[in-house]
Design a protein around this ligand. Structure first.
Ligand SMILES: C[S@@+](CC[C@H](N)C(=O)[O-])C[C@H]1O[C@@H](n2cnc3c(N)ncnc32)[C@H](O)[C@@H]1O
Length: 250
């Protein structure tokens, strides 16, 4: 399948991400369309909207070609990354500052990686991908992810086809996984952009049962970029699909 170079070149300089991750998101969205996996394209941790723009572009294209109509949802504080907690390490606190948050307290922004909702909306509009399918949801993951009624309303009955987690920290990853992974459809993909970071990795490994989710010799892993991983949710009703923990590497 040919990458959507036009949108990738438009969003590229707005991303806080490696170039291959943009190709990876584009490819996954196209794969979901090709395989008919239903559900929304969702990103948690949007920054300026580069990855979300690729998701929105693909949703638009799929619909124009007579495919399904997907929602595209970006969750973010639109106020930047909050303070880390003790589960995170100095790789990230070196970037966002050493003051730690107390879990359970309202998150406090460090101001790092802050883009306003308005800036993101303008970017999506300038790239020609803002339409009624796309929603930006403002709030701390710690506060909005437990709001199941709101998530039900946002996602409808369709669930999620591509779930991209890019919130860097332990708490962000934990809250997004707990709320949204159960809503990812079988055959859908989850991209964990920050698996190389201690806190993110710990949240993911804890969620999937405490064992390291992947090792360096897991086949197919680290497929497209060095820091993140991509997993495909398996179908519990299909024994042939049954790889441990209900996921398999891409
Ligand atoms: C590394 S940036 C995302 C980069 C973006 N996905 C890209 O590829 O360009 C992290 C984003 O996560 C958001 N974020 C981090 N922790 C959050 C939290 N607990 N609640 C809400 N947003 C959060 C920040 O505001 C920031 O926009």
């Amino acid at each position: 399948m040919t990458p959507n170079e036009d949108i990738i070149s438009k969003v590229r300089r707005f991303g806080l991400c490696n170039k291959p991750t943009l190709y990876s998101t584009d490819e996954l969205c196209r794969q979901m369309a090709g395989r008919g996996v239903r559900g929304a394209f969702v990103e948690c941790g949007v920054y300026a909207g580069a990855q979300l723009g690729i998701m929105a572009y693909n949703a638009m294209l799929e619909n124009e070609r007579g495919g399904m109509s997907r929602r595209v949802i970006g969750f973010d504080s639109f106020a930047g990354i909050p303070r880390a907690t003790e589960e995170d390490d100095e790789t990230i606190t070196g970037l966002i500052g050493p003051t730690l948050a107390t879990p359970g307290d309202t998150p406090v922004s460090t101001g790092v990686s802050a883009q306003t909702e308005r800036q993101v909306r303008n970017n999506l509009r300038n790239w020609g991908v803002l339409d009624s399918r796309t929603r930006l949801i403002k709030g701390w993951f710690e506060e909005i992810m437990p709001q199941t009624t709101m998530l039900d309303a946002m996602l409808g009955e369709d669930g999620i086809a591509v779930l991209r987690l890019d919130g860097d920290l332990y708490q962000a990853t934990k809250h997004c996984l707990e709320a949204l992974y159960p809503r990812l459809n079988a055959g859908g993909a989850i991209i964990i952009d920050d698996y190389a970071l201690t806190g993110c990795r710990r949240a993911v490994d804890e969620y999937f049962g405490g064992e390291p989710l992947v090792t360096t010799d897991t086949p197919g892993m680290h497929k497209t970029y060095p820091n993140g991983i991509t997993l495909v949710k398996t179908d519990p009703n299909n024994p042939a699909d049954g790889v441990h923990h209900g996921y398999k590497p891409l």
